[in-house]
Design a binder for this molecule. Structure first.
Ligand SMILES: Cc1cc2nc3c(=O)[nH]c(=O)nc-3n(C[C@H](O)[C@H](O)[C@H](O)COP(=O)(O)OP(=O)(O)OC[C@H]3O[C@@H](n4cnc5c(N)ncnc54)[C@H](O)[C@@H]3O)c2cc1C
Length: 441
């Protein structure tokens, strides 16, 4: 396909890559990129790291500037949301009252933080629910990062709800800024959905060593804003807090935990997961399953409609059926793959599970899908703080790996995961045996 109109909904990582790929692959038709944020496509990983710490300006996260998009003759429309997909007419309605006809449509709407329906947490709609006055924060956009940044520093205390990647990255950045940090994790270990127990334990020890108060098996019950607001009666003072609830101005949130404790904070940060922005697609009748279902060519159930990035749920037999991956690399690669499919040059694409996280001086890298593992084998490391966890399926084949500050082993581990290599666990655990020699050929 080389003419006509391709509309991309969502100007984030996946949408930006889809748009630029189309043009760079020689597409000469119209490309319209709709983004409901005010900004040109930007990268989100720095939002919990360098942007949150203030060491780089938010503008530095820009992926494709408006000028670059214009130079590629991409019609970028910031601040304009798609409001309805009319598949039968091949049209997209937009928030400015317009309607755009398309030949191909690529859905890259990403996701939004889950807001648990707890007292004092969820009220209002969308961003309006998270204002400084209420003291409850999420972290998805540049604006979220700037709001949260103002709550960090010596003498401040933040309570992070959720010991997943976003929560832990915020914890690390906040600690480095001198903030007192409490992390609440309802499960019995950190990042339980994405790594195996030894990695969780490593992360917990790392944060504890940095002075984070990590509480496992404890969740948030409510956020109070005024003394006496609790249905449970007069607020009691938590053992670990320095100010009493009675001293509060109404602007400080008080986190009431599932174990009954109350923590006065400068901010309560929700990091309990992401919900795919699939409403438009669902309302249009496109098959969705907690995200827009796509095949390995990024095709949805509707003709000429593709999806990529955090909003897309891939059919992935090796990953146990279907999977939705929240990863920078996946957004780029799947956005590119969706563009190629829309152009009629489809190349199969399946997410590889590649994700990284930076916390303090630790670089955590995940490859493959640890959730598929039956066992975890640790390879001893000499460097303090380093870790190599190899995940094996029931047959002893490598399905995933997580490394912390051990990049040199990644190449071999990636190869093994791609080949589902059979390895000898005893040899993996012997530092005197080169990693490659642990493979059973
Ligand atoms: C704080 C943070 C830190 C992260 N750190 C890492 C990391 O270290 N490593 C890693 O691998 N991944 C990380 N990620 C994940 C990674 O950034 C995401 O996977 C990636 O941004 C997904 O890209 P996307 O384009 O699918 O979605 P997004 O980047 O969310 O873009 C979707 C865009 O579509 C817009 N949109 C939604 N609906 C509409 C509509 N109807 N009309 C128009 N526009 C719409 C949204 O507002 C948004 O701008 C991090 C994410 C966050 C939030």
């Amino acid at each position: 396909m080389n003419a006509g109109t391709i509309v991309i909904v969502g100007a984030g990582q996946a949408g930006g890559w889809a748009a630029t790929t189309l043009r760079e692959r020689g597409y000469i038709g119209r490309i319209i990129l709709l983004g409901d944020e005010a900004h040109a496509p930007y990268e989100r990983p720095p939002l919990s790291k360098a942007v949150l710490s203030g060491s780089v300006p938010p503008e530095s996260t820009e992926l494709f500037s408006a000028e670059r998009l214009a130079a590629l003759d991409i019609s970028f429309r910031p601040g304009i949301a798609a409001t309805r997909l009319r598949l039968a007419d091949k049209q997209v309605d937009t928030s400015d009252g317009g309607a755009i006809a398309y030949d191909k449509l690529i859905l890259c709407m990403g996701g939004r933080p889950i807001v648990p329906p707890l007292p004092g947490v969820a009220w209002g709609e969308g961003a309006a629910a998270f204002t400084d006055a209420h003291g409850v924060h999420v972290l998805r956009t540049r604006d979220d990062a700037l709001r949260l940044r103002a709550c960090l520093g010596p003498g401040k205390h933040i309570v992070i709800v959720g010991g997943g990647w976003i929560g832990l990255e915020v914890a690390a950045t906040a600690r480095q800024a001198g903030t007192r940090v409490t992390v609440l994790e309802q499960a019995d270990r950190l990042c339980a959905r994405s790594v195996l127990p030894a990695v969780s334990a490593h992360l917990a020890a790392m944060h504890a060593a940095q002075g984070v108060d990590v509480r496992l098996g404890v969740g948030l019950r409510a956020v109070l804003r005024e003394p006496g607001e609790s249905q449970a009666g007069r607020p009691s003072q938590s053992q670990s807090q320095s100010r009493s609830v009675a001293e509060l101005t109404g602007s400080h949130p008080v986190a009431e935990l599932t174990d009954g404790q109350r923590l006065v904070a400068d901010a309560v940060v929700l990091g309990v997961g992401l919900q795919a922005n699939d409403t438009l697609a669902r309302e249009a009748g496109i098959a969705c399953q907690r995200g827009v279902l796509v095949d390995q060519y990024c095709r949805t159930s509707a003709p000429d409609v593709y999806a990529a990035g955090d909003v897309a749920v891939s059919t992935h037999a090796e990953a146990g059926g279907t999977m939705r991956l929240e990863s920078w690399q996946n957004a780029q690669d799947q956005g590119t793959a969706a563009a190629l499919s829309a152009l009629g040059e489809p190349a199969p694409y399946l997410p590889t599970g590649a994700v990284w996280s930076e916390q303090y001086d630790a670089m955590v890298q995940i490859v493959g899908f640890p959730a598929l593992a039956a066992s975890e084998v640790l390879r001893p490391q000499t460097d303090a703080g380093a870790l190599v966890s190899v995940a094996l399926d029931g047959g002893g084949r490598v399905v995933a790996a997580v490394t912390v500050n051990a990049p040199r082993d990644l190449r071999q581990l990636r190869k093994w995961i791609a080949q589902r290599a059979l390895v000898n666990p005893a040899l993996l655990q012997r530092p005197d045996v080169p990693l490659a020699n642990a493979e059973i050929r």
